[in-house]
Design a protein around this ligand. Sequence first.
Ligand SMILES: Cc1cc2nc3c(=O)[nH]c(=O)nc-3n(C[C@H](O)[C@H](O)[C@H](O)COP(=O)(O)OP(=O)(O)OC[C@H]3O[C@@H](n4cnc5c(N)ncnc54)[C@H](O)[C@@H]3O)c2cc1C
Ligand code: FES
Length: 253
Amino acid sequence: MLLKIKENNQIAQNVWEITLAGQFPYESVQPGQFIMVRIGRGSEHVLRRPISIAAVTEERLTIVLRVVGEGTKWLSKQSVGEQLDVLGPLGRGFPLPPSNAKVLVVGGGIGSPPLYLLSSKLQALTPDLDLVLGFRTKSECFWTDRFSQLGNLVITTDDGSAGRAGNVLDAVEGMLQSGHKWDYVYACGPQPMLRALQQYFSETAVQGYVSLEERMACGVGACYGCVCRTKDDAFSKRICADGPVFDWNEVIL
Ligand SMILES: Cc1cc2nc3c(=O)[nH]c(=O)nc-3n(C[C@H](O)[C@H](O)[C@H](O)COP(=O)(O)OP(=O)(O)OC[C@H]3O[C@@H](n4cnc5c(N)ncnc54)[C@H](O)[C@@H]3O)c2cc1C
Ligand code: FES
């Protein structure tokens, strides 16, 4: 489907926020789902690029992307009024917890955007939502005002230039020591961060869901180009169609 760019703004170092409008099943979007975006106007880029849905209204959706290569660079340069060819919403999103569960949301860098849509849903379900977002440095922080309206937000930066110095796990440990308790953890970010969180809570009853990333070709489960390793040692789960969100006990991180 073709969606028109309504806004395209740089919001942090190498990070752009793009808002799209047009015919799209906005009402069916689950937090954690993504779109596959066609890159370029000709046939030079064969593969679409997966980008998470960060926010959605009845008539618009917003994506946040970090420029890492040709495709994301091209997206960052598109003007308001241009159209993007997208497929979606794709994948399985985050299952929501029961009402009043104690929930921690952890994002690492460009893993944070899908957690915004998730947190806006969680806000209605849980009175005490804890959010920890980690960035490398202050100039890479984005949407901190928006996230802070949804729960108790702790920001970390590796160099201490904003928020608490250190990584997200340091902050999580500090919060546990000061009496925070959680039933559910939801996370998206670099795999080492997800692994560290999973290991940290492995001896507890805390239930965790992680959103995984992999290079994708078809994005709809047809090519098996994005399989991940599962605990039963089968490479049978496709991140695009069986995920990107998985129970952290199901996958090897
Ligand atoms: C389900 C899902 C949701 C995603 N959501 C977002 C999002 O909301 N915002 C965002 O900025 N990015 C997101 N990504 C990552 C995004 O798809 C890639 O950054 C993008 O495809 C890179 O395209 P490119 O043409 O710019 O870079 P390329 O030229 O293809 O690659 C440039 C460099 O980035 C690395 N790279 C490319 N894709 C990935 C990847 N998926 N994982 C790790 N490294 C990669 C390459 O190895 C290479 O080093 C998501 C990925 C998945 C699978
Ligand atoms: S990208 Fe083709 S199966 Fe996932």
